[in-house]
Each structure stands twice: as C-alpha cells, then as structure tokens.
Design a protein around this ligand. Sequence first.
Ligand SMILES: Nc1nc2c(ncn2[C@@H]2O[C@H](COP(=O)(O)OP(=O)(O)OP(=O)(O)O)[C@@H](O)[C@H]2O)c(=O)[nH]1
Ligand SMILES: [Mg+2]
Length: 637
Amino acid sequence: MMTDSRKSVIVGTAGHIDHGKSALVEALTGTHPDRLAEEKRRGITIDLGFAFLEENGVRFGLVDVPGHERFVSNMLAGAAGIDLVLLVIAADESIKPQTREHFDICRLLGVTRGVVALTKSDLVETDMLGLVRLEVEEYLRGSFLERAPIVPVSAKTGAGLAELKKALHDVAMEIPGKDTARYFRLPIDRAFAMKGFGTVVTGTLISGSIGTEDEVELFPSGTRLRVRGVQSGGKSIERAFAGQRTAVNLSGIDYADVKRGMSLATPERFRTTRRVDVRLTLLPSARKLKHRSRVHFHAGTAETVAEVLLYGQGTLAPGQSALAHLRLQEDVLLLPGDRFIVRQFSPVITIGGGEVLDCLARRPTLRDTGRTAFLETMERGKRDEVLVAMTERAILGLEVDEIAARTAWFEKEVREVAQRPNVAERVKIVSTEPLILLGRKAFDDARRKIAERVERFHKENPLSPGIAREDLRASLGRRVRPETFRSALEELAGEKKLEVQGELVRRAGAQIALLPEEAQAKGEIEKAFSVAGLAVPSVKEVLAKLSVEAKRAEKLLQILLRERNLVRVSPELIFHRDALAQLKEQLATYKKAKGERISVPVFKELTGISRKYAIPLLEYLDRERVTRRAGDERVIL
Ligand SMILES: Nc1nc2c(ncn2[C@@H]2O[C@H](COP(=O)(O)OP(=O)(O)OP(=O)(O)O)[C@@H](O)[C@H]2O)c(=O)[nH]1
Ligand SMILES: [Mg+2]
C-alpha cells in the first residue's frame, strides 16, 4: 500500500463566538471557511468549515467550528477526530463561556495537543495583551495545554501569522504517526451531490485508509457501497489515510439518504449499538447527575439521546467519574476507546464525557456481578487480559467475528493473542475454523458433565456398550455448543478417559458386566442359532424361551450381534457366524468343482434350505460381495 511520507494532521479551531476563528483560518490558508449564505449574511459561523494548509512538509486539514452556543452540536461533530486544537481567544475579550465549553470538550475528547492564538492583537495595547496572556496561562494551568505556545496574532494586519504557523508545525511534529493499516472508519460530517459525480460524503478519516474501488459499509443502515473516487484537500488521490480530511464519492446511493452522524467503515466487520458501557466523567462545573438521567449523547459526528444508568450509585458528583451504562435512542457505530460527550437535556450545556469500554454491552441486571471487573479490564486495555475477560463472560464461547466486532482487532491478532501461553491457560480454543474460544472453566464444566453423563449411562444401561454420541450431546443442553462438545470429547478421548467408536461413546475400557443369569441366557441364545445351522429358528421363539425378561433378552441379542457372533441377514433372519462361514466355504468348493455360476434352485439344493431363507441369504451374500447377481443366477466371486 502506497503511503505518502508527508504527515497529515487535523487541526480544529475552538473558542467563543466572534473571537476570530474563521478570519484566522482564512489568514492562514487563504480559504474563508464559512460556506453558507446565512453565515455570510449574519457574519457568524453556523456549521463546520474546512480549509487546507501545507507547511514545511506537514499537511494540515483545518476544521473551523462555530462559536455560538446554539451550534455547539455542530462544533462537536467537527471536534471528533482532531489531532490538535487551535484555541482561539480574542485579545480584547479574553476567556468567555464557549472558550471554556470548547476547551472542556477538547479535554473530554482526549485531545492532547494544541496551540493558543490570541487573536485581534491589533485591537489592544501591549499591556492588555500581557494581561490576557497571564489570564490564559492561569486558566490552562494543569491542563494538556499548560505548556502550549500562546501566539498573539492579527488576521487584519498579518502580525504573528508566521509564528503561529511555526508553532502549529512544531506541535504537529510531536504527534505520533497513525497506524493506517487498521480497519477503515470515517464518521460522516457532510453529504451532498456533485454534478457529474453523484453522492459525495466528507469527514475526518479517523482510522485506516480508503481508495477507489474499495467496498464500504454505511452505518447504521448496513448498506454496502462502492467507492468511485477519493479526494483530500480538493485533489483526487489514489488513497486517503487516517489523519486526512477526506471526500468519498460513492456509487449506489442518493445523497439525500446519507446524513451527518452516519459512518463508513470496512464492510461486514462491525455492528451498530444501542447499549454501551463507558467510563463517564462529569465536569466540575456540572450539576450532580442522577441515575436514569436523560442526556444528549455525541460521538464522532453522531448525536442522539441517551439514558444514563449508574452502576451501584444513585448519583454522580461533579468532577467525578464512574462506570456507567448508556442506553441510546438510536443505532450508532461505536468501538472501544471511542470518546463521547454528554450534554444536559435542558438547558443544553456540556456536562461531561468519557470513553466507550464495551461497545456491545448487555442489558444491566443485578445478577451480572462481574461487569465492573470486566469493564476495568477493558479500560486497562491489555490485550491478553481483554481476551480472557471477554471470553470468560461468554457462557457459550466467542467466535472470532464477535471478538473483532467488539475490539476492532484483526482476526490474525485474535489468533495470536489466543495462543499466548498465559491466555491459553484460561481460554480454550474449541474450534480453529472458524476460531471459537471458550473460557477454561466453562470448558472444564462441559468436560466434567460429559464424563458424568457417560458414567451415568453405563450405570443405567449395564447391557449397553455406550451412549450414542448425539444423545450425549443433546443431554448437555443448549449451553454447550457443538464445537465445545466435539473438542471436549476429543480431549477426553485423547486422555484415554473416554472411548469414541463410530457413533458410540463409552468410558475407556468399559465392559458389559453380565449377571450370572444374563450370561447363561446369552449362551442359550447363541447355542440356539449355532445348532440350527442354516435352518435358523425365529428370533421371537428363541428369546421367549429364556429365563430373563424380554427387554434384557433383546439387549443380550444386541450384544451377540455387536460381537458378530450372530449376524442379522434380514429383519427377521439371524444366523450364527459359523453357519455363514461354512456356507461361504461350501460356495467356494462348489465354484472349484462346478464353475462360478449357480442358480437359486441349485443353491437351495446345495444348502438344503427353503426359498424363504435362500433369497435373503443370497441377497446378504451379494451385499457381502461373496456372490453377484447375474439374471436369474449368481456368480460366485
Ligand atoms: N480587528 C480585527 N478584527 C478581526 C480579527 N479577526 C477577526 N476579526 C473580526 O471579528 C469578527 C468575527 O470574526 P470571525 O472570524 O467571524 O469570528 P469567529 O470566531 O469565526 O466567529 P463564529 O464562527 O461565529 O464563532 C469579524 O468581523 C472579523 O472581521 C483581527 O485579527 N483583527
Ligand atoms: Mg467562524
């Protein structure tokens, strides 16, 4: 895969209304980010705007956001996926409410780098500039911007712009390169129709890469689409990589069916969700949050309403964080590690945010006592631990697709982690194709249950050689999947605890223990057939003469048949093994003396039996490939 050596970095503006964000973007890039007629008329930014800048080998994608408090939800859609924040504070006004709110949002989204621009520096005296700088430094103390460059600029005079570009470049160089080989994911912030192209969607590419002819899945609908073309920075390119502003030309869908908040991703990998378990942090400025509160939920470019369920506590205090369950009103594509923001239902202000830990969370129940420990493991994010914990939580076991949908790991990564010795101790691979994992404990339970069932079967059926494999599996119930059963049986057989013979399973070395009267009856049955030669008695008659009751007599007959001392030739006819052996010899002798062909009457004469027996016997011999039918005759083989 071709990648470009130039670094791509997404910069998001942040700051109070009218503080000069859009003017600064224009001064830096030459592009005024406001696009809408209404924005131009009112002189404010309403929706996201975009511009590009290349500085010393770094490609910056700029996302300009509105400062107006009514458009914070638009700001949130733009802030998702930014690498660094350009915090804009007007020198003549200093810190204002949306300066704080936007900055809080950046913190909650986990933004770790940024630059501060003191705009409109042309409007204030040097003393004033110094004061504002002090105030800003004070405000940023202890935050991720504590040591960030603070650059006074004027979009009007151009003062400070060169320093600001340099500061942006320096910070950009510190940003670690993104792993562009992960799964592709693009939260959509705009969709429109372009003449001659059709549907185009744009967004900040947060993961992986995308190129022409790729197949993608649209979420939440699950529609599969083909990529006709990709652009970044206004130019058509072969592929776009994580960290780039990206426009994707899609075939197979009308632009009106695509909206901000939807996502494009690698097809057939992920699932949308309405229940997530998260680490939720409440801002110190927020009011305490009650269990079951409704909030506005923002993640990526998506926005919906969520009900907050606090685990084991009635309220969450300002400035505190807790594990929580969010029940979403709409389907959203989320993955562990995704950041989100919550805003108070009414009046709408930002109150907190956090990180998704389990993107396909279960409905909370009191019985689920392992959830907290599980989420703490997810939060630590160590792959060994995560895989063990995830597997142990699944009674039935987990298929690789399920694991990938919950972690965004590649299949080969799941396999690799599953095979690590410390993981293998606690996780059993019950199937390799597809890969299915089950917790050791659950697996051992299944093993024990199987051994117990077999044991019990022998006890209850002493005259039976073993339990039918399918009956054994069915007796374990639905909590043991077929792959687990197969694997456990294999292991038990490998350890010589059980024996599997065809469709029968028995305890290793299990032998049928006959009672004295049973042994005697068995001998009587065998004798009855052995003395009869080919003129065999009826089975019913033989069994009726025995001293044991019918059910046991039938079992004894089965044993003789299984041991092959008796042979069932037709549903009604049973012969002793010796009689059949003798018959085969007789035929061989006949063949030597008289040739290979023999007719039914001759066969009857030779063996001295009636037609009633002769026909089934001949058919049996045909099946045994001792004879072959040829018209009215048989050929002795
Ligand atoms: N004198 C002076 N005026 C500026 C400067 N930068 C912006 N302005 C003016 O300030 C006003 C607001 O600027 P914008 O860039 O639209 O502010 P904004 O932060 O984008 O506003 P919103 O997007 O609505 O939040 C405009 O009239 C600009 O011309 C500057 O450096 N000096
Ligand atoms: Mg603006």
